[in-house]
Design a protein around this ligand. Structure first.
Ligand SMILES: [Zn+2]
Ligand SMILES: [Zn+2]
Length: 119
């Protein structure tokens, strides 16, 4: 592979914006990503910024799902425990509590699995 701009020089990398091979003189390092020096540095910086924002948003979304999972998990456990505890006295009503608890626990697991997708 040789430099796109100097066919006699070996390339050291590829511009992230245009995909052209670059020699040491043409390669600009934009936050660990290569760009055509003086040509595509701005574009590559924009790509980098967009990527960082996207990963930040994914992190926030994942944190939200974990928060939901914890909330549903605690609520589900409380309902289920109450239902099991009252089962002898309340009968059908206690079963209803247990069903709600199971549903909330299921929601907790679903949220936890959803949060994994962002990692
Ligand atoms: Zn380029
Ligand atoms: Zn070159």
């Amino acid at each position: 592979m040789v430099c796109y701009y100097h066919s006699e020089r070996p390339a050291v990398g590829i511009c992230r914006h245009c995909g052209r091979a670059l020699c040491g003189d043409d390669a600009a390092d934009v936050e660990d990503i290569l760009a055509c020096r003086g040509r595509h540095e701005t574009q590559v910086r924009a790509i980098r910024l967009a990527e960082r924002n996207a990963s930040l948003q994914a992190e926030r979304a994942a944190a939200g799902f974990v928060r939901n999972a914890v909330f549903y998990g605690l609520a589900g456990a409380a309902f289920a425990a109450l239902g099991l505890y009252e089962l002898r006295w309340l009968g059908v009503q206690a079963v209803f509590l247990i069903v709600i608890g199971a549903f909330l626990l299921y929601a907790a697991v679903a949220n936890l699995l959803e949060s994994r997708r962002f990692r």
